[in-house]
Design a binder for this molecule. Structure first.
Ligand code: APR
Length: 240
């Protein structure tokens, strides 16, 4: 009998304490661009130059950011649980904190992919963060940000649903639960499986019975969750 399966769905809120802005807390503007202009398939077709520039800026911000206690706390929980993270975030902070299983629903900021063949993906390195519409991959293909734009399919939603169906405990951290299909994952939790929702300003989960809301920022909320689960997080042995 393996360890209990702890499935965690995270949104922008878990990276807020790393200094990365959330989406809806900055009144719908991302770095002062209207969301639909810089994160939709139409926006990309209309102005690929702007979109490449927008994501170049966000990559520069990301490499200055560090995982915060919330990310680290989820790594700690891997001692007692099989932890699977499903994230709407495109940052790599969960990976940099050391989480083993991270499934990105909306893409990954540090990756680019071929426009012609979505299976062909390359990871950018710190010294080459910038791309333009003329950027080509090592295979010669024109490349685009490896981001799921609005109006595009979410290829990883099926495996994400499978993970939620198998969860022994389900946790939601730092998401406003307004963007589907990610927001719908909570519906796939088996009856009787405990659900925890960590958010200082939690969205209503009225439709879902038995959600235990921890009304805290992610760092404090994860520490509280660990206590509830009977896991003592020892902050001491964290690599800074
Ligand atoms: N700790 C935990 N949660 C926080 C914190 C914090 N320090 N600060 C803010 N939050 C919460 C907010 O209360 C809100 O519920 O994080 C949530 C952020 O919500 P959004 O900005 O809507 O981010 P998210 O839910 O991840 O957006 C989903 O929408 O724009 C698209 O593709 C984009 O992945 C994104 C998706």
């Amino acid at each position: 009998m393996g360890k209990p399966k702890l499935v965690i769905s995270t949104g922008a809120g878990i990276s807020a304490e790393s200094g990365i802005k959330t989406f809806r807390d900055s009144d719908g503007l991302w770095e002062n661009y209207p969301v639909m202009e810089v994160a939709s398939a139409d926006g990309f077709r209309k102005n690929p130059e702007l979109i490449h520039r927008f994501y170049n800026e966000r990559r520069k911000q990301l490499i200055e950011a560090k995982p915060n206690p919330a990310h680290m706390g989820l790594v700690e929980l891997e001692k007692d649980y099989d932890v699977y993270i499903i994230t709407q975030n495109v940052d790599d902070l969960h990976e940099r904190a050391g989480s083993e299983h991270v499934l990105h629903l909306h893409g990954e900021l540090m990756k680019i992919r071929s426009i012609r063949n979505p299976e062909y993906v390359e990871t950018l390195d710190k010294d080459h963060l910038e791309t333009t519409p003329a950027t080509r991959g090592k295979n010669g293909d024109l490349m685009r940000p490896h981001i799921v734009f609005f109006q595009e399919a979410v290829p990883n939603i099926e495996p994400a649903i499978e993970l939620v169906r198998e969860a022994d405990i389900f946790v939601v951290i730092g998401t406003s639960l307004v963007v589907y299909p990610a927001a719908g994952l909570i519906q796939f939790v088996r009856p009787g499986v405990p659900i925890y929702y960590i958010d200082p300003n939690p969205a209503s989960t009225a439709g879902i019975p038995g959600v235990h809301v921890i009304k805290e920022k992610a760092g404090k909320g994860v520490a509280e969750l660990a206590k509830i689960l009977g896991h003592k997080i020892n902050f001491r042995n964290w690599k800074k």
